[in-house]
Write a protein of this length. Structure first.
Lengths: 228, 898
């Protein structure tokens, strides 16, 4: 299945490293373990992992710092693990280049789903002219959307919103990112735009039972397109 | 009075003695070597005493001693530690002054500081050396110093009378009173003159005839007498103080209280000194009163008044100011209010006609007040006395205005033309009334000068143009002469009356303005939400009123003065300005511009002193450094500083009481959490432990269906444990009071749906219906917190209803309120529990399910943090309904797509 993909796990808790190692190895990934930030940065540089799972609370340097250091040299997807942190902290993480976050405690199933999405995205999906996943098909060139082959009529803004979500499919995209991308940098405070258009998109797309729960609200942070 | 009472000391005296003693205990002790003139050997005596101390092993250091090159004095210094002097550059010359900081840093037990009356070079910290000495004493260091009788503030005039030499350098009597020991260094005038002839007396740089003239036997004898008398008075006072401490001491009976009126008059200073002498010899308290009639004038007068008040303050008077256009009634009122027994007045000097015009002199008017003794003091002619006094009857703010005279002239010319037009109809006699009207109008708008001018012009004009024979100043008819004279007097009286009414009104208005400023300030304090906001407001207002900038430096957490001013002022980056503020903070005294301490600084610094110490410094930077601070401005600044200090103190009390309350609350919470954790958290943990150990056993782990079932139960327990922990964390965040909401426009449908998705597993045994119609207004919500509130409402419904119950979320808007309802068709609650369910750790009696009982309380806290409310009731058809009411705010602009 996921043969060959390399995952670096940076966490100072032995039990968590152990459970991630066992869980992910069982799915065929190759695992590297680091127990502090410095070691994490070094292993990331030496081994070129395909995905990094990074704990935020490390004993030597903060996870945010590790993230910044990694981002200086590579675009490897990073999933950050946090304990009870505020929405603001989560936004900061995502802005600093994290691809996704998970709040402890979490289950192995959740983590491996996120890991799959991140690994898939590291392939060059961004420039593909057509997005097709499950019943949903989006043609970026002709700006059309079909669900199970039935065309759905979207307004230009709704289409742009869906497009932004699809480009990040499976991963979280923050409110700020969405507002900036679709309404421009001056509108980052206008969260109600999102409420309106996300509402409209949901009404148009989620009425098809195969797409129920398509757009997930990540509390206080952003949205995630959730395709089977 | 019983025999017991008679032996009891006067409580006032006792208090005073105790106060003085405690001051002495706190600060260093002052020992003054006192003499009648230069050359009596004060410095010598002081050094001898220092040497004696040194032999006894006392740590003595010389701060500054003037030997004037005398070998015998010089010899006495040897063996004593001499601290370096401070070089101060002034006008391209270097001067040596006492290095105050060096003395404070060295901290000897006793410091020698010669010549207490010395005036420091500008650029020193204090204007006068005696201020340096006070600071040293305050630091707990004993000081030995020397002083001549001519430098004593209250004896200045006497000495000037005796010697004919003007004394410039004076020391307030209060400094001498602080001395714990006064040592009179006395030699006979004959011996002193002998010393002078031997050239053993240093006469200062301007030694010459004047000084030679000074050392005459008769003058020296008078000075000697004066110095003996001063020493005697001090000693007898000391005895009285001591006597007061002993039971059986004589009671002085009722205390005397003296009052002296202070004005801008150059004679005032003499009266103040006289009052001080009288008060001292009678052991009486005294007050100096200034009556603000609204009729003061130019800078010179203002300055002199400030000097006079300062003099009174220095000499130990309680200085009071009252506003009243009538001096006599104001003084009478003050005398009554302050139980004054004696009033000190100067002998009237005004001219006879002026006094008569004003209805008698101040003295005449006071004679009518029978229950108060009146002392009339003779005053000496003062340089620039009578004539130098600027017109005392000119209203404040009005200088000589040539404009007003010109306009009066033009107006009267106009009236004359009008009169010429009317005279044909009304006759020349009635024209006089038109003139009269014009004079009154002048009084209504202009000063007394223009009024007089108008009256004069009216008389002249009427006579010249209208009273026959025309165009002459001659009047034929006797009746006309009388009429013209009567007109003139009437015009004068009416004009000055209207003018007086107007100035009274102006005074009232000024007072009102002042009150308004104070009111503004009090309001600013009352309305401010935070300390910073309050200070910003006050400084803004004060800066505008005083024409400058204001800022406050607070005391920081460590008890030091903060580096950063509020509001931020760039000028505080100047280290010198900050150092002046720091001095004020540490010494609890005003410093800087317009004070006598560090006067070279551009800012005026006032300590914000409350009952429990100095909480900061109020600094004022005038736009124009050259001007002087008026009395009004100074009063205002002091009043604001006092208000601000009280406010800051109250604020810090309030903060600490909130702290205490939070602490108590958190302690209670802590205790309850502990109790709750021991029971509620351990329940899922027990289940987890049991389930996982069951899975380890062969006979269960081997059966696939059983294993899957147990694993799923394990998952449920883990999620439940996690939720309990999150609730505890949420609750502690909410009750800490530091939580800030991240409020954004949100759609309640979205919140409800997100909850439903999350709780799919927990609610699998119940049915959930979300009935929120589309198109309801957006709400400003913190999504995460609100989601947790709603989740808790739903979990609560699940926990307290049997399986298969129906749970419904519905919403509607009525007026400007949004109603969100979570209802179920379970058993509901007994009426008496409908309110207590929202309390922390409340759990319905007999509830069968786990939970810390925090859920509903969290929901309540969250809803209230959003400005809403929450209530529970039983539904008519059975089941519980919880209603959340939230305010609907003005909706955002919606960028609707075409």
């Amino acid at each position: 299945m996921n043969t060959g993909a390399k995952i670096l796990i940076v966490d100072d808790e032995k039990s968590i490293r152990r459970f991630l190692e066992v869980g992910l190895e069982g799915q065929g990934y190759k695992i590297f373990l680091a127990k502090n930030g410095k070691e994490g940065v070094k292993l990331a540089a030496d081994n070129h992992p395909d995905l990094i799972v990074l704990d935020l609370g490390l004993p030597d340097i903060s996870g945010l710092e590790v993230l910044t250091k990694i981002r200086e040299v590579s675009a490897t997807p990073v999933i950050v693990l946090t304990v009870q942190s505020s929405d603001k902290d989560k936004e900061t993480l995502l802005d600093a280049g994290a691809d996704d976050y998970m709040t402890k405690p979490f289950s192995m199933t959740e983590l491996s789903a996120r890991a799959r999405v991140c690994l898939r995205h590291s392939g060059n999906l961004k420039d593909a002219p057509v997005f097709e996943q499950g019943p949903l098909k989006i043609d970026f060139v002709h700006r059309t959307v079909t669900v199970n082959g039935t065309p759905v009529k979207l307004t230009p803004t709704e289409f742009d919103l869906l497009k932004a979500l699809a480009r990040h499919s499976g991963r979280i995209i923050t409110q700020q990112q969405l507002l900036k991308e679709i309404w421009g940098p001056a509108s980052v405070e206008q969260s109600h735009y999102l409420r309106i258009y996300i509402g409209q998109l949901r009404r148009k797309l989620e009425k098809d039972p195969s797409l129920s729960g398509l757009i997930l609200t990540e509390q206080g942070v952003g949205y995630r397109l959730n395709l089977p | 009075m019983s025999a017991q009472d008679e032996g009891r000391p006067d409580p006032d005296l006792l208090l005073k003695a105790v106060k003085q003693e405690s001051t002495l205990e706190r600060g260093g002790k002052l020992r003054v070597f006192f003499g009648m003139s230069a050359g009596v050997g004060k410095t010598y005596a002081m050094l001898e005493a220092a040497q004696a101390l040194r032999k006894d092993g006392v740590d003595v250091a010389v701060g500054l001693v003037e030997t004037h090159g005398r070998a015998e004095t010089q010899a006495l210094i040897s063996g004593l530690e001499v601290l370096p002097l401070k070089n101060i550059e002034y006008r391209d010359k270097t001067f040596e002054e006492l290095d105050l900081d060096a003395v404070l840093a060295r901290r000897p037990e006793v410091a020698l500081v010669d010549e207490l009356a010395h005036t420091n070079i500008p650029g020193s910290r204090h204007a006068k050396r005696w201020q340096d000495v006070l600071e040293i004493l305050d630091a707990g260091i004993d000081v030995y110093t020397s002083l001549n009788v001519q430098h004593l503030e209250s004896r200045k005039e006497d000495v000037e009378m005796i010697t004919g030499i003007t004394v410039h350098e004076t020391v307030p009597d209060s400094v001498l009173e602080r001395a714990s020991q006064i040592e009179l260094v006395d030699i006979t005038p004959g011996d002193l003159i002998e010393r002078l002839n031997e050239g053993r007396i240093y006469l200062g740089e301007q030694a010459g005839l004047a000084a030679q003239n000074f050392f005459k036997t008769d003058k020296l004898t008078a000075l000697r007498e004066l110095s003996l008398r001063v020493t005697g008075e001090m000693v007898s006072n000391e005895l009285k103080n001591l006597a007061a401490l002993r039971p059986g001491a004589d009671s002085l009976g009722t205390r005397e209280r003296l009052m002296v009126a202070v004005s801008a008059s150059p004679y005032s200073a003499q009266l103040i000194r006289a009052a001080r002498r009288a008060a001292f010899s009678k052991e009486a308290d005294w007050i100096a009163v200034n009556v603000d009639t609204g009729e003061t004038s130019g800078e010179t007068d203002k300055k002199r008044l400030a000097e006079n008040l300062e003099l009174a303050r220095k000499l130990g008077a309680e200085v009071l100011t009252t506003a009243d256009p009538d001096i006599v009634s104001a003084l009478k009122r003050m005398a009554r209010q302050h139980n004054i027994t004696q009033i000190i007045l100067g002998r009237p000097r005004g001219s006879w006609w002026k006094n008569t015009l004003q209805g008698g002199t101040l003295l005449d008017k006071f004679v009518a007040v029978s229950d108060i003794d009146i002392y009339v003091m003779r005053v000496h002619e003062v340089e620039g006395g009578r004539n130098n006094r600027q017109g005392p009857k000119r209203p404040a703010g009005d200088m000589f205005e040539p404009d007003e005279y010109l306009r009066t002239l033009a107006g009267m010319a106009g009236v004359t033309i009008l009169g010429a037009l009317l005279t044909g109809y009304i006759g020349y006699k009635s024209v006089g009334f038109v003139y009269l009207l014009a004079v009154m109008l002048t009084g209504l708008f202009y000063d007394l000068g223009p009024v007089l001018l108008a009256a004069l012009l009216g008389a002249v004009g009427w006579n010249y143009f209208f009273i026959p024979p025309l165009y002459t100043f001659h009047i034929n008819d006797t009746a006309d002469i009388i009429m013209c004279a009567v007109y003139f007097v009437t015009a004068l009286i009416m004009g000055s009356l209207t003018y007086r009414i107007r100035s009274r009104e102006r005074l009232l208005r000024q007072r009102e303005d002042r009150n308004e400023t104070m009111y503004d300030i009090v309001e600013a304090i009352a309305l401010s939400l935070s300390r910073e906001e309050c200070v910003m407001n006050l400084c803004g207002k004060l800066g505008a009123v005083l024409d400058g900038e204001c800022a406050v430096l607070f005391r920081d957490a460590r008890g030091d003065l903060a580096q950063m001013a509020t509001p931020f002022k760039f000028w505080f980056w100047d280290h010198k300005k900050w150092a002046v503020a720091k001095w004020t903070y540490e010494n609890d005294q005003p410093a800087g511009w317009s004070t006598e301490t560090l006067a070279m600084s551009g800012t005026l610094n006032l300590p914000l002193k409350g009952p429990s110490g100095v909480s900061g410094v109020l600094a004022f930077l005038p736009r124009d450094r050259g001007r002087t601070l008026s009395r009004d401005e100074s009063n205002l600044l002091n009043a604001v500083a006092a208000q601000m200090a009280v406010y800051l103190e109250r604020e810090s009390f309030r903060e600490s009481s909130i702290e205490t309350r939070k602490f108590k609350e958190s302690e209670r919470l802590h205790q309850t959490i502990l109790n709750s954790i021991s029971h509620e958290i351990k329940t899922p943990l027990t289940a987890i432990m049991g389930l996982s150990s069951a899975l380890e056993t062969e006979d269960i782990g081997g059966k696939p269906e059983l294993r899957t079932q147990l694993l799923s139960e394990l998952g449920v327990e883990v999620v439940r444990l996690n939720r309990e922990i999150n609730n505890i964390l949420d609750m502690s965040r909410l009750s800490s009071g530091v939580l800030t909401l991240k409020r954004e426009w949100n759609d309640m449908r979205e919140v409800a749906n997100a909850c439903a998705v999350k709780l799919k597993r927990e609610m699998s045994a119940h049915s959930l219906a979300i009935k929120i119609p589309e198109g309801l207004p957006f709400l400003k919500l913190d999504f995460s917190l609100f989601e947790s509130a709603l989740t808790n409402l739903l979990i609560n419904a699940v926990n307290y209803t049997p399986e298969k119950s129906e749970i419904e979320i519905s919403a509607e808007v009525a007026g400007d309120e949004f109603f969100l309802r979570v209802s179920d068709n379970g058993p509901g609650l007994p009426e008496e529990q409908l309110i207590s369910v929202f309390e922390k750790f409340y759990r319905a009696p007999g509830s069968r399910v786990g939970g810390t009982g925090l859920g509903l309380s969290i929901a309540k806290s969250v809803v209230e943090a959003h400005g809403g409310r929450i209530a529970a009731k039983n539904r008519a058809g059975g089941g519980l309904e919880i209603t959340v009411t939230l305010p609907v705010e003005k909706q955002p602009d919606i960028n609707e797509e075409k």
